[in-house]
Design a protein around this ligand. Structure first.
Ligand SMILES: [Zn+2]
Length: 66
C-alpha cells in the first residue's frame, strides 16, 4: 500500500505537492475531500486532497480531530 499522504500544514499554507505524480496542486483547498458528514471541507477538517493532474487521492496527515 502506497503511503500517499500530504502534511496538513502544507494544505494550510496552500502549497501541496502530489506524492503520486510530483506535481504541485495550485489551489489545494479547491480539491479537498472529506469522508464524513462534514459538507464543507477545509484545511482543518478534510480527510484528503485530490490531485487535478493525476486524479490521485492523497490523505492529509495528521488526521482531522473528531
Ligand atoms: Zn498527482
Amino acid at each position: 500500500m502506497t503511503d500517499n499522504t500530504v502534511p496538513r500544514e502544507h494544505v494550510r499554507a496552500g502549497v501541496v505537492e502530489c506524492p503520486l505524480c510530483g506535481r504541485q496542486i495550485a489551489e489545494p483547498t479547491d480539491h479537498l475531500r472529506v469522508f464524513g458528514p462534514a459538507c464543507d471541507p477545509t484545511a482543518g477538517t478534510a480527510d484528503a486532497v485530490e490531485c487535478p493532474v493525476c486524479d490521485g487521492v492523497s490523505f492529509l496527515k495528521p488526521r482531522p480531530d473528531g
